[in-house]
Design a protein around this ligand. Structure first.
Ligand SMILES: Nc1ncnc2c1ncn2[C@@H]1O[C@H](COP(=O)(O)OP(=O)(O)OP(=O)(O)O)[C@@H](O)[C@H]1O
Ligand SMILES: [Mg+2]
Length: 335
């Protein structure tokens, strides 16, 4: 089989990433430079700093990605870059860099929807995946339950009405005095902890596939405030574990209701929260019980990376050909 090499570029938020993949699903290199240390002291991403940091990082990361893949830019047959959704300043850095490379090297170019990238992270390592399928995309900015009749077709069954699941993890981690981003900290500290605290959740969405995490977040924060007013010490692992259980329960109840309604035989998890141990375990147990197949990306591919962008770009290129270079960054791009 001839090798088709794709260069992926991702700068939508606070990770600068460049990757080379082969034939849509084999990773040759996937360099990720995280800005976590820069934003940690602010408890969240500072857009202006993120954009400046991408500008400094993108060229060295690009060179590293080519070197590690053992290729030169002349071997690349397609350049795929995220053009939305994300922080506008951050997006513009990677997109402009990618367009410049494409123009100078007369290389076909494709703009990729970042959320579609998260979904395609599943293809890396699992080329056998075939729709129809259900996909639960849970990230820092999105919580979408999707039915995919075929690749590239997205029927949104439900999405969050307020905060994204990852956003709620980040917020609760911050009020508990844990680190940023919050998901991995809560995941770790919840291991083996009691998860018996019941936090009130929004009732309005029980009969739909829409999600809501804002009420849960407020309930946890009120509980913490109340404990402090009473002069009681916070049982951080117990609060974290109970919060995590509530999020995962909401996600899995809706996902498996949809499995039933749509008679799905395959489900995908995608986005940063797909790294969550409890979410993976609950989904695995339930999928095995129902005899259906569950996929989730390996840990390093759940959060932002350019290999997933290259994989999604390849799919569109093969089916629709290249896009023109007029494409511009779109911070609120939808699926
Ligand atoms: N183990 C984990 N458990 C729960 N959440 C996690 C875990 N690991 C990462 N996350 C969460 O995933 C989010 C980051 O994921 P991702 O990089 O996909 O989001 P994003 O790129 O900021 O947002 P989007 O993809 O919607 O634009 C953060 O909110 C982080 O707390
Ligand atoms: Mg992301």
């Amino acid at each position: 089989m001839t090798k088709f090499l794709i260069l992926g570029i991702e700068t939508s938020c606070d990770d600068t990433s460049v990757s080379v993949i082969e034939n849509g699903n084999i990773i040759r290199s996937n360099i990720i430079s995280s800005q976590i240390d820069l934003h940690q002291k602010f408890g969240g991403v500072v857009p202006e700093l993120a954009a400046r940091c991408h500008l400094e990082a993108v060229l060295p990361i690009y060179r590293l990605a080519l070197t590690e893949a053992g290729v030169s830019i002349h071997d690349i047959q397609l350049i795929a870059a995220t053009y939305g959704p994300g922080l506008i300043g951050s997006l513009l850095v990677g997109l402009s860099f990618a367009k410049g490379l494409a123009l100078a090297g007369e290389i076909p170019f494709i703009g990729v929807n970042h959320i579609e990238g998260h979904i395609y992270a599943n293809i890396l390592g699992h080329p056998e995946i075939e729709p129809p399928l259900l996909c639960l995309t849970v990230s820092g900015g999105h919580t979408d339950l999707l039915y995919m009749r075929k690749w590239g077709s997205y029927q949104v069954l439900g999405r969050t009405k307020d905060d994204a699941a990852g956003e709620a993890f980040d917020k609760i981690s911050r009020v508990l005095g844990l680190g940023y981003p919050g998901g991995p900290y809560i995941d770790r500290i919840a291991v083996g902890a009691k998860d018996d605290l019941e936090f009130v959740q929004a009732k309005g969405f029980t009969n739909s596939f829409d999600f809501s995490f804002s009420g849960l977040k407020t309930a946890v924060m009120n509980y913490i405030q109340h404990q402090k007013q009473l002069g009681l010490e916070l049982d951080v692992p117990r609060i974290a574990a109970s919060f995590q259980r509530a999020v995962v329960t909401q996600l899995t109840v809706k996902l498996f209701q949809a499995v039933k309604d749509y008679e799905a035989g395959t489900i995908l998890l995608s986005g940063g929260v797909a790294a969550n141990t409890l979410l993976r375990r609950r989904c695995q147990t339930e999928a095995e019980r129902l005899g259906i197949t569950l996929y989730y990306p390996e840990l390093s591919l759940c959060t932002d990376n350019a290999a997933m962008i290259a994989a999604a770009g390849y799919f569109h290129f093969i089916n629709e050909g290249p896009r023109n270079l007029e494409i511009t960054a779109a911070s609120d791009l939808k699926l």
